[in-house]
Design a protein around this ligand. Structure first.
Ligand code: BES
Ligand code: ZN
Ligand code: ZN
Length: 494
């Protein structure tokens, strides 16, 4: 799908989207479209509630054209997220109608600036259009080829910049979705590393890949314990983008959980829990996607991304419940459950990024616990942090992206739960507060650095298509990390 901007003079497309608010005052407006709208309203066929769509047909110089009314909900409640949702619904209707070209009128919204309007429409449409069909031999070709957002001339120049940013952000999000959707027999540590290298070449960041011997030399013992049960060898993926040479010590470290498959190991998962575990590298995908967008947009910031990629499998070589293992930081860990493997790989990655890459702030993203689904469901990422100011920055970024976050408490009492009697730490804290103890386990390795842990187990994968979220990998985290890196968008926040 190709998205462009166009002056709203003559209509060329096969279908036109007319967005309207539920409480739009239509009384004094007279034109043929409004007349049709009034007619629909009188017959209770269209109210204008968020995402509602109805269509009509008309003759346009001898060829049939569709008009699609799109509901935006109440005028004063409109924001970027609602606009993304509405736009994705309209796009899906146009696809259903099998048109090859489509136009959408720029909306007028108080409180949202033009750039955000354009960005939200583009994001809703492009992300809503994505579907993972690589392995379908009989692929349905997309009928809809061209989409235009139309506006008046003065608007279009500003809008172009916003559209370009939206294109980069959606491409990076789709890159993350693709990585998550690839099955584990195709995407194993070596392949994930290759894809990161390819992203580096495409978007402009450097990538270093460390194999097992180098990982061993670095002393990443916990990471290697998880990896050793698999015949696929692990990789440490290091991505660097230095866009702010003046402040070299200011380095944002992004760590992504990169379990290309999690069988649970000897604490084996039931089949139902195992089938989606190709997605256990959703954190890695988010980091690769985010750095791609940051580099492509040439943001003035230094970012390092680290992924400790491996598989959690069963074999005669695998680690076992009861084992006591080491870590790069020197702390010892009692393994009480081999399915709590993510935190073991992450603590070495976090130690590495602080010690070797000199990250001054760290964010880790991980499909870490089933418990976060119990606590927050599938639409909200659970967060554990040691720094309130840093969390505020994340909240601001999340408002821009529409990806919801919620902070979990991290009182001292929780930290007691992961202390071991016979080692420094144990890798599970018992049945209660599972997402908090998992996060705080990682927190034991961040030294004094401002740190945010994002548990994306509920948000990185979707069982069903929902608005602009596709079924399967969602690309969760990519846009939020981008906005956090960008900090000030220079534009409104709705
Ligand atoms: N990768 C899983 C977490 C997960 C569960 C992600 C569901 C996505 C959907 C993680 O490695 C895991 O198995 N965690 C255990 C921890 C437990 C043993 C303390 C869990 O959540 O059950
Ligand atoms: Zn696990
Ligand atoms: Zn896992």
């Amino acid at each position: 799908m190709n998205l462009k901007l166009k002056k709203s003079d003559n209509i060329l497309a096969e279908a036109v989207i007319y967005p309207f608010y539920e409480d739009e005052n239509l009384e004094n407006t007279k034109d043929s479209i409004i007349d049709i709208l009034k007619n629909f309203k009188e017959r209770n066929r269209f109210k204008g509630s968020l995402g509602e769509v109805v269509y009509f047909t008309r003759d346009n110089n001898g060829s049939m054209q569709y008009g699609i009314f799109l509901g935006l909900g109440k005028k004063e409640e409109i924001d970027s997220e609602k606009l993304r949702i509405a736009s994705s619904k309209a796009l899906k209707k146009a696809e259903e109608l099998k048109v090859t070209s489509l136009e959408m009128q720029m909306i007028n919204a108080e409180g949202i600036c033009l750039k955000r309007i354009v960005k939200s429409i583009a994001e809703g449409m492009i992300l809503g259009d994505y579907k993972f069909d690589r392995y379908k031999t009989d692929k349905k070709e997309k009928v809809l080829k061209e989409v235009f957002i139309t506006g008046i001339e003065e608007e279009l120049e500003k809008a172009q910049e916003a559209l370009e940013e939206a294109e980069v952000l959606t491409e990076a999000t789709i890159l993350a979705r693709e990585l998550v959707n690839e099955p584990a027999n195709v995407l194993y540590p070596e392949e994930l590393a290759k894809r990161a290298e390819r992203a580096g070449e495409t978007y402009g960041f450097s990538v270093d890949i460390f194999k097992e011997d180098k990982i061993e030399k670095l002393g990443m013992k916990a990471f290697l314990e998880v990896a050793k049960g698999s015949s696929r060898s692990p990789r440490l993926i290091v991505m660097r983008y230095f866009g702010n040479e003046e402040n070299k010590e200011d380095i944002l470290g992004l760590v992504g959980k990169g379990l290309t498959y999690d069988s649970g190991g000897y604490s084996i998962k039931p089949t139902d829990g195992m089938v989606t575990m190709k997605s256990d590298m959703g954190g890695a995908a988010a980091v690769i996607g985010a750095i791609s967008a940051i580099a492509k947009m040439k943001l003035k910031i230094n970012v390092v991304g680290v992924v400790a990629a491996c598989e959690n499998m069963i074999s005669g070589k695998a680690y076992k419940p009861g084992d006591i293992i080491g870590s790069m930081a020197g702390k010892t860990i009692e393994v009480l459950n081999t399915d709590a493997e993510g935190r073991l790989t992450l603590v070495d990655a976090v130690h590495y990024i602080i010690d070797k890459e000199k990250a001054s702030k760290v964010i880790d993203l991980a499909t870490l616990t089933g418990a976060v689904l119990i606590a927050l469901g599938t639409d909200v990422t659970g967060v554990v942090t040691n720094n309130a100011d840093f969390y505020e920055e994340l909240e601001a970024a999340s408002e821009l992206s529409g990806e919801k976050v919620w902070q979990l408490p991290s009182f001292e009492e929780y930290k007691e739960l992961i202390k071991s009697d016979i080692a420094d730490l144990k890798n599970i804290g018992g049945r209660y507060a599972g997402s908090i103890t998992a996060g705080l386990f990682i927190g034991e390795f961040v030294q004094d650095k401002p740190w945010i842990h994002m548990d994306i187990a509920g948000t990185a994968w979707s069982e069903k298509e929902k608005n602009y979220i596709s079924k399967g990998g969602t690309g969760a985290g990519v846009r939020t990390l981008y906005y956090l890196a960008k900090k000030k968008s220079g534009c409104c926040h709705r």
